[in-house]
Design a protein around this ligand. Structure first.
Ligand code: FES
Length: 97
């Protein structure tokens, strides 16, 4: 468990260009849900919206692009100050979609 003062420290990040504040130690998914954002990925075939499903890192429904790296699981990845989070379309690799 993290020390209490670290858990209460605020960090700043962006999601699709929108500035958000978060508590250090929160996952990306928690921050997005706290800000009313319920979907942040679309599926490869039907462009169906996806967000958090299992919440424990198993289903891969919650993938985002983090600091230009695609396929990051938002439900198990903690935010860091200055993170640039983007919604993801399909595989996150244009050449594969
Ligand atoms: S919600 Fe299932 S892996 Fe993140």
């Amino acid at each position: 468990m993290r020390p209490r003062d670290e858990r209460t420290t605020q960090v700043g990040l962006t999601f699709d260009g929108q500035s958000l504040r978060a508590h250090c130690g929160q996952t990306i998914a928690a921050v997005l849900l706290n800000n009313g954002i319920r979907s942040w990925r679309t599926t490869r075939r039907n462009s169906a919206p996806r967000g958090m499903f299992c919440g424990i890192g198993v289903c891969f429904d919650c993938l985002v692009t983090l600091n230009n790296a695609p396929n990051v699981r938002a439900c198990v990845t903690e935010v860091a100050d200055g993170d640039v989070v983007s919604s993801q379309q399909g595989t996150g690799h244009h050449e594969l979609d």
